[in-house]
Structure formats: structure tokens, C-alpha cells
Design a protein around this ligand. Structure first.
Ligand code: NAP
Ligand code: MG
Length: 454
């Protein structure tokens, strides 16, 4: 079986890649299972050295990996370089884990009590198409560092960078079977990670709908599972903020990666007294937002990843009134691509689909509010709770609203949210468990307690 990959900027075929069958998936899982005991027993300093070698080789191939992502996923070249660099940095960060995966000595009567953090075995990582490189690395790096072996399924339509990273792992000296990329369909390869008895944890990032099925499947075997699902994050702008700065930053917070970002600030709440000023300034920023060939150094936004995703976003736009929008490229090279402009909708009603549902495209809904309580209530009126931003110059308000909004990752006077040094994950239907940060490797271990009588 093969999959035909399409360059989303042009609509032209790139190449065919193999798509694993169920038997091939089982073979990869069994190889990972066989490789586990030896990888678990690699001395901590040696496992650290191997992960640093893996990080270094990914770093040496930054430009190659970035160009693959531009071609396969339509990411801007600037973003794609950052994404490949993120894989390098996350591997480097977790290369410190093997030598620091310490347990506890707990005071008890009659003996000595100690805990160990032991790896789980084979971990299956299922990656979506929106950030093929970073989301892969957030799963495989801490899993490998904690002594697990990994099978990784990229999204069927965006496998090229993951396939290349799998080859680089072998070149770096990671033993065969320890990290295996298995391209193919979710219903075949991904589903097998859930049902195979030798996979002990599934790390899933993608839609809430599929995430629920994964969780139900893992329940059959009481299998560990981490879910990183959708979002409908609020960007809350108070009138006391630097409104010009908030309006200038708002497009990047939702239109980056063409809005195909689970952390996209796709709802903007603006205090009524600043609403007109904010919208006027944002319009000027949106008109200047550069939607061009993603390979151009100056590109700020490329195409949608696929015709299907373009059509899905277009349906939301058709069902709403777009207040203003940016441009799309019109050259012959991009004529067959899956392009959309950056679009802004003024929402009057919290039941509108553009206000409630995860559009996953360059479409943002804006709504006014009157006071702090209303802003928090509107932000929390969502099934999701992944990310969010607060713009205010009042420190007390920044803290009150940060504590009030039910979401896993907030930023004040900025839109940054995924930093590999800090924990990342969602409240409510945005997910289960946390990735990244200092504690991530522990989520890939069982804690064992041993009591030794005096
Ligand atoms: P999806 O269907 O949830 O796919 C995510 C990953 O899961 C892909 O690798 C997919 O494989 C795999 N998969 C699909 N069905 C599976 C199954 N039954 N068992 C195991 N694995 C399975 O997401 P999508 O269809 O690409 O996107 C749909 C929507 O999900 C988007 O519009 C967006 O709202 C949301 N989404 C969220 C994120 C996020 O970061 N939170 C990322 C992507 C999408 P295939 O590649 O073969 O489908
Ligand atoms: Mg799907």
C-alpha cells in the first residue's frame, strides 16, 4: 500500500510513500518489544550520550527537514526551521533525563523504603498533520529518555519529516527497534497501537472525536494514555492594556500555521470601550499579513494542509459574515494550492459555530464584553480548555483572570504557550495528561516502591 503526497501550496504530487499494513505494524511493534530490554539496560550516561548524538544529527539536518515540511505541509520556511530546531532542543533537554531519573527514599519504621521509576516498554506515539515535527518530538524524546522504545505514526498526509528523523536516529547510533517510524493510516497503524498487547502507552494528539475512541480502546487493556486534543482558546483584551500592542499581536496568535494550531487564539474578547480601536488596528495588521509561497523567507502564512481542510474552513466562513480579510497569492505556481485568506468575523451570539467550534483555519471570531466577570465567563463557556491569553496592565487582574480561566496554558501580555521547559496540556475536552517540562519523563514510567526490612 502507498499514499500519494500532495504539495499543498501547488496541489501537485510530491511522491508516493509506503503505508504500513496491519502485519507490518505488528512487526514494528514486535521489534520495539524485542529491543526494549537492552535499551532499558543501557547505562544512564550512555543513553544520555546517544540522545545528544541524536539531537546533534537532527540539528545538522535542520535545513533539509525544514524544506521537507515546507513541501509536505505548507509550513512557512521560518516556522519549519523553528520546528526542526525544536526537535533538536527537546532531545537535548531530555538527554539529561537518564542521569537524573531519581526516585525517593521515604522514612518508614522497621526498614528502608525506596522508589524506582521504571520504563513502561513500548510507547506508541500518534501524531497529527498540523505540527509533524514538534508533536512527534514531545512524545518520543521523553519516552526514549526514560528507557522506553517507541513506535511512531505520523499523519498519513504529512509523514516525510518523521521518516527522515527515524533514519537520522539510526545514523546517530540509536539501536534498531528502539525508535521506529511507521507511516500509514490511523485506522490501521494507529488503531494497532491501541489494540496490540505489547504497546504499554499511547500518546495521541489530534481531534477530540478520535481521542475519545483512543481512550475507550486503551481502557480495554488499562493502557496508559495521554491525549492532546482540540482547543478554542480565548484572547482576552482589557481596555487598560496596551491596545495597539494587543491588536498587532492578535493575527500571529491565530493565523500562525494558517490557524491549524490547537493553541490558536481563535476567539478574541475585547472590552467594549476598546473594541473599535482594537478592531481598526487589527484590520490594518490583517491586511498586511503576508500570505505567500511558504518557501519565501518573508512568508507569514502558507496554504491549508489539504483540500479537505480548506473546504472545511471555507464552510465556516460561508456560514458567517466576514468583517474583513487579508489576501491570497495569485501567481500561476499557487493556482492549484489550498489557499485561504486570513479572515475576521464579529460574533454576536455564543451559539454560532465560528464562536464554539474548533475551525482549525485562518478564521477568528471577535466579541465585546463589559467587565472582568463576563470576560472569564465567556472564556470558560467552551468544551475546550487548552490555551489562552490575557492583555492587561493591571497585575491583580492578570492574576485573578489567570486563575479564573479554565485552561492549561495561559500567557499574559503575550501569546507564547508551548515552551519545552514547561508543562503543556489541556483542561476539559482539550485533553488528559501533560507533556513537556521537567516532569514529562515520569509519565513514561511506572513508579515502583520497595521496602527492605532492617
Ligand atoms: P485526527 O483524525 O484526530 O488524526 C490525528 C492522528 O490520529 C493522525 O495520525 C490520524 O491518522 C490518527 N488516527 C485517525 N483515526 C485513528 C484511529 N481510529 N485510531 C488511531 N489513530 C487514528 O485529526 P485530523 O482528521 O487530522 O483532523 C481533524 C480535526 O482534528 C482538525 O480539523 C482539528 O480540529 C483537530 N486536530 C487537532 C490537533 C491538535 O493539535 N490538537 C491536531 C490535528 C487535528 P491519519 O493521518 O491516517 O488520519
Ligand atoms: Mg481524521
Amino acid at each position: 500500500m502507498t499514499t500519494t503526497l500532495i504539495n499543498p501550496a501547488t496541489g501537485r504530487e510530491i511522491r508516493e510513500v509506503p503505508s504500513a499494513t496491519e502485519a507490518e505494524t505488528d512487526a514494528a511493534i514486535e521489534a520495539a518489544h524485542d529491543a526494549f530490554p537492552a535499551w532499558r539496560d543501557v547505562a544512564p550516561g550512555e543513553r544520555a550520550r546517544l540522545l545528544r548524538a541524536f539531537a546533534a544529527i537532527v540539528g545538522d539536518h535542520n535545513e533539509e527537514l525544514a524544506r521537507l515540511e515546507v513541501e509536505n505541509a505548507g509550513h512557512t520556511i521560518g516556522n519549519a526551521r523553528w520546528e526542526a530546531g525544536n526537535v533538536r532542543d527537546v532531545l537535548t533537554y531530555y538527554s539529561a533525563t537518564p542521569e537524573r531519573l531519581v526516585g525517593k527514599q521515604i522514612p518508614v519504621a522497621g526498614g528502608v523504603d525506596i522508589t524506582f521509576h521504571e520504563p513502561l516498554g513500548v510507547v506508541g506515539v500518534i501524531v497529527p498533520w498540523n505540527f509533524p515535527m514538534p508533536i512527534a518530538g514531545w512524545g518520543f524524546a521523553p519516552a526514549l529518555a526514560a528507557g522506553n522504545t517507541v513506535v511512531l505514526k505520523p499523519a498519513e498526509i504529512t509523514p516525510l519529516t518523521a521518516i527522515r528523523i527515524g533514519e537520522l536516529a539510526l545514523e546517530a547510533g540509536i539501536p534498531p527497534g528502539v525508535f521506529t517510524v511507521v507511516p500509514g493510516k490511523g485506522s490501521v497503524v494507529g488503531n494497532r497501537f491501541v489494540t496490540h498487547l505489547d504497546v504499554h502507552k499511547v500518546v495521541f494528539t489530534g481531534s477530540t472525536e478520535v481521542g475519545k475512541q483512543i481512550m475507550a480502546g486503551c481502557a480495554e487493556q488499562v493502557k496508559h494514555v495521554t491525549l492532546e486534543l482540540g482547543g478554542k482558546s480565548a484572547n482576552i483584551v482589557f481596555a487598560d492594556a496596551d491596545v495597539a500592542a494587543a491588536a498587532a499581536a492578535a493575527p500571529g496568535a491565530v493565523f500562525d500555521n494558517a490557524g491549524q494550531d490547537c493553541c490558536a487564539r481563535s476567539r478574541i474578547l475585547v472590552q467594549r470601550s476598546a473594541y473599535d480601536e482594537f478592531l481598526g488596528r487589527m484590520e490594518r495588521a490583517v491586511v498586511q499579513w503576508r500570505v505567500t509561497d511558504p518557501g519565501d523567507e518573508a512568508s507569514q502564512m502558507g496554504p491549508m494542509v489539504s483540500a479537505g481542510q480548506r473546504d472545511s474552513v471555507q464552510r465556516y466562513a460561508d456560514g458567517a459574515t466576514v468583517a474583513f480579510q487579508g489576501a491570497t497569492p495569485d501567481g500561476p505556481d499557487t493556482a492549484g494550492g489550498f489557499w485561504l485568506p486570513a479572515m475576521v468575523v464579529e460574533s454576536a451570539d455564543v451559539t454560532e459555530p465560528v464562536w464554539r467550534e474548533e475551525v482549525f483555519g485562518p478564521l477568528v471570531a471577535v466579541m465585546p464584553f463589559d467587565d472582568e466577570d463576563e470576560a472569564v465567563a465567556l472564556a470558560n463557556d467552551s468544551d475546550y480548555g487548552l490555551s489562552g491569553s490575557i492583555f492587561t496592565n493591571d497585575l491583580g487582574r492578570a492574576l485573578r483572570v489567570s486563575r479564573g480561566v479554565q485552561t492549561g496554558n495561559l500567557s499574559v501580555n503575550s501569546h507564547s504557550s508551548v515552551r519545552y521547559w514547561t508543562p503543556f496540556g489541556g483542561y476539559k475536552m482539550s485533553g488528559l495528561g501533560r507533556e513537556l517540562g521537567p516532569d514529562a519523563p515520569y509519565a513514561f514510567t511506572e513508579e515502583k516502591n520497595v521496602f527492605i526490612a532492617h
